[in-house]
Design a protein around this ligand. Structure first.
Ligand code: ADP
Ligand code: MG
Length: 411
């Protein structure tokens, strides 16, 4: 894919698709985190410094998962503060106000259009039920209208690269396109893991998204991407069951309730095939009468196991200290609560001490990193959630496919 090094943007109108989707306090309209906005600054600054006319497009909120649809007005304010330059908020996307503004922009200026998901064709429900091809997406009114006003399309939205939506996938077929600096860095970081085959690469997979973890485990071990997988959280619990351990009816029932037991046969085959590479906890902690209690995995009681135990931490710490790079997705336990945060806190501290290159991905994993004040101690914090998982599972992301195919069509 082309980067900003490969395109001339001076005096050109650049349509810049970013992902500034942030958590919002609906009462006050304030954004409660601005990590993604911060990460988008380098591309916006480079484009305006190079005297492009920059039209920023983002979504905020999702029609299915989060119900946090919100205007981009707050984003404009934060962007202006961070860039120390006015980024004008346009309360319009494809209407006369937006078009008129874009046509009258001067080089070096930047505006942000209204939340692109206010258009139905940008919504996930639309994507999932209609499954438009990229060719069909180029016919949508958003793409038809804005492609006529822009000279260049830049996509800097790696974290939305698993979405198959017009603002993300259609423009590369109509305009010369490139990825932005954030997208470039994210891919570079992840590729440094995937292609460093001679190194000792460790994956730490925990949390509650078991389907994602299994997709990743299968791909990275099958393709020799990683030497050791350390497991914790619900992922670890499920793998223990697959190995034949009895970790109590309550723990089993929770996994059953979340629908994960249906994959048990497949998981059994994976843990058997890679028994040397996949480590599972050797002890687990539960909470009993307001106290943390740890049991070795062959002596589990009928409790709900909410964290990895102290012996597991010691074993995992040694692996992490010996690694060349470590990728982490998912906490080791319910770190939100005091009695079950030990495992996550200790493993995160181990990550902050190792000489290995450490990459953290996933919303809750980033929250844990912030909770333990370790943000500056890790080497890279990924902005991508779903996109990152799909990339690590070896799936082609729709946005990458569009950018690569679009490149072939360019003049
Ligand atoms: P990420 O957002 O980093 O990708 P996930 O969303 O997969 O991580 O998982 C995070 C959630 O998993 C947290 O809310 C945490 O409380 C929960 N969790 C971790 N371990 C357990 C456990 N043993 N039992 C129940 N929930 C767990
Ligand atoms: Mg999460």
């Amino acid at each position: 894919m082309r980067t900003l090094d490969d395109i001339e943007v001076k005096n050109k109108t650049v349509l810049l698709r970013v992902d500034l989707n942030e958590p919002v306090n609906r009462e006050t309209g304030e954004l409660t985190n601005i990590h993604r906005i911060r990460q988008s600054i380098k591309t916006i600054k480079e484009l305006t410094d190079k005297q492009a006319k920059v039209v920023i497009l983002t979504h905020q909120g999702s029609d299915i998962e989060y119900k946090n649809f919100y205007s981009t007005k707050s984003h404009a304010k934060v962007l202006s503060q961070l860039l120390n330059k006015e980024i004008t908020y346009i309360p319009d996307i494809i209407g006369p106000y937006a078009l008129n503004t874009i046509q009258n922009m001067k080089p070096g200026e930047a505006v942000i259009l209204e939340n692109v998901r206010y258009l139905s064709e940008e919504q996930t429900l639309f994507e999932k039920s209609l499954k438009l091809t990229h060719a069909q997406q180029t016919k949508t009114i958003l793409v038809q209208t804005l492609s006529k006003l822009a000279d260049i399309y830049v996509n800097d939205a790696f974290s939305a690269a698993h979405r198959d939506q017009p603002s993300l996938c259609a423009f590369p077929y109509l305009l010369p396109s490139a990825i932005g600096r954030q997208f470039e860095q994210e891919i570079k970081e992840i590729n440094s893991l995937i292609f460093a085959k001679s190194k000792n690469t460790v994956f730490v997979l925990g949390g509650a998204k078991i389907d994602d973890a299994l997709d990743i485990i299968g791909h990275i071990l099958e393709n020799d991407i990683c030497n050791t997988v350390l497991t914790g959280g619900l992922v670890g619990n499920l793998l223990l069951i697959a190995k034949g351990y009895n970790i109590g009816e309550q723990s089993r029932a929770l996994l059953e309730k979340r629908g994960f037991m249906r994959r048990l046969d497949e998981i059994k085959a994976i843990v058997e095939k890679y028994k040397n590479a996949i480590l599972t906890p050797i002890d687990l902690a539960c909470v009993r009468e307001g106290k943390r209690v740890t049991h070795s995995i062959d002596k589990c009681s009928d409790a709900l196991y909410v964290d990895i135990g102290e012996e597991t931490v010691k074993q995992y710490d040694a692996v992490i200290q010996n690694a060349d790079s470590v990728f982490v997705n998912g906490p080791m336990g319910i770190f939100e609560e005091t009695l079950s945060e030990y495992g996550t806190k200790a493993i995160w501290e181990s990550l902050s001490n190792t000489k290995a290159h450490t990459i953290i991905g996933g919303g809750d994993s980033l929250t844990a990193t912030a909770k333990y004040n370790l943000e500056t101690k890790m080497d890279y914090l990924c902005t991508g959630g779903g996109a990152l998982i799909q990339y690590l599972s070896g799936k082609k992301l729709p946005v990458i496919k569009a950018l690569e195919e679009g490149e072939k069509n360019d003049i």
